[in-house]
Design a protein around this ligand. Structure first.
Ligand code: ZN
Length: 403
């Protein structure tokens, strides 16, 4: 008898343990998130889904791509469901279809197509029905601050700091009305800027928006801040709450087109120089580089003009006209209306020219002037109410830029 007693205790103990497990299990199944987390960390994590990536190749149509997948039987239903949000006939080579399956059952659950850098199409399957939506790409965002000093060019010096090329272009873009990065930078200038880095599944994908930037050019400090005020006020502003956007862009060639093409960064052939009689700015760029109108206007002339080769003139208002010469090809005709930044032609070497470059002139009241020295009126100011909001929202960035 004395020998059996412990056995009974063990059995009772065992029953209590079972009861305890039963209670725990029941509790878990009601979905307490804490318990689920504990359980997940105690046992190996079993993924819920698996993803298959199908690359869209040159010449592929939606039908052709889908025929390569295991879900071709659903292609019509997916197409129909997607139609009112996005026409899958427009899918592009170089992009991809992501197919998501249940991990354990292998059932097809969802198709995702990233339309651009911002938005994706999702088509979710429930049995035999398909539901589509457009949604923002769910990036994880990290905010970073980068800085550098000019020893050769903004592009080269930023690249030396291991800054993503696309972020450097973003930085140059927020100053495109105030700084000509081909002409203005000097050794010793400094830059510092704050921008978003976007990640997907923990992997870096691309830079997002530039939130704020500072460029000190020959001791003069320029700043630009992103501000999401309202429909009329979502853009970049300087420290005083004036829109960064001005009547003219500083350069007729976008930073992105000539930044990476040259080992020495952006270059120019010759600057405005009264004593030599060269009253223009020459930008060296590869033949075919797009040339943009620096401001809104009307095409005054577009055609052959002797030593200027193919030349386009844009009349901006009663005071200013700009001329763009030696084009390989023109993209506008006399009388066309253009907006600031519109492509009006392409760099070439027509007329009297020894190599591909853009000869750019600014004419004010009939006299050729140095566009770099022209002082433009400040951009549109925010209302007092909006300015207050702007100053509050950008305070952190202002402090970060001056650290
Ligand atoms: Zn010239």
């Amino acid at each position: 008898m004395t020998i059996k007693k412990p056995i009974i205790y063990i059995i009772i103990g065992g029953l209590l343990l079972l009861a305890g497990i039963f209670v725990l299990f029941n509790h878990d199944s009601r979905g307490g998130s804490e318990e689920l987390t504990l359980e997940a960390s105690a046992s190996p994590v079993i993924p819920e889904i698996k993803k298959e990536v199908v690359a869209i190749e040159a010449g592929d149509t939606y039908g052709v791509v889908m025929a390569r997948t295991n879900i071709s039987q659903h292609s019509t239903k997916i197409y129909e469901a997607a139609k009112k949000h996005y026409d899958l006939a427009q899918i592009r080579a170089g992009y991809e279809l992501e197919l998501i399956y249940g991990y354990s059952d292998g059932e097809f659950r969802e198709l995702v197509y990233k339309i651009d850098t911002e938005e994706e199409l999702s088509v979710v399957r429930t049995n035999d029905t398909f539901q589509a939506e457009l949604r923002p790409i769910p990036y994880e965002v990290k905010i970073v601050t980068k800085e550098g000093e000019i020893t050769s060019s903004l592009y080269e010096d930023a690249m030396r700091q291991n800054i993503d090329e696309r972020a450097i272009i973003g930085l140059a873009d927020i100053f495109q009305w105030t700084i000509d990065f081909a002409m203005d930078p000097r050794v010793g200038d400094t830059f510092r800027f704050i921008y978003e880095e976007r990640y997907l599944d923990g992997e870096y994908v691309r830079p997002g928006r530039v939130l704020a930037g500072k460029y000190v050019n020959e001791g003069k400090r320029y700043t630009s801040y992103y501000f999401d005020g309202d429909d009329d006020n979502t853009e970049y502003f300087d420290e005083d709450g004036n829109s960064a956007q001005k009547m003219f862009l500083k350069a007729p060639i976008a930073f992105k087109y000539i930044s990476s093409g040259f080992t020495t960064g952006m270059r120019y052939v010759e600057a405005f120089n009264v004593s030599t009689g060269h009253r223009a700015i020459d930008y060296a760029a590869s033949a075919g580089t797009p040339i943009r109108s620096v401001g809104d206007g009307t095409i005054l002339s577009a055609g052959w003009n002797g030593s200027y080769g193919y030349m386009v003139s844009v009349r901006h208002n009663g005071t200013y006209t700009t001329n763009y010469a030696h084009m390989s090809r023109m993209a506008v005709k006399k009388g066309n209306k253009v907006k600031q930044g519109d492509i009006i032609g392409y760099v070439g070497s027509t007329g009297f020219s020894t190599g591909p470059h853009l000869h750019y002139e600014m004419v004010k009241n009939g006299v050729k002037v140095n566009s770099l020295a022209e002082v433009m009126p400040p951009g549109k100011a925010l209302s007092a109410e909006m300015k207050e909001k702007f100053l509050t929202e950008t305070q952190t960035w202002r402090e970060e830029l001056d650290k």
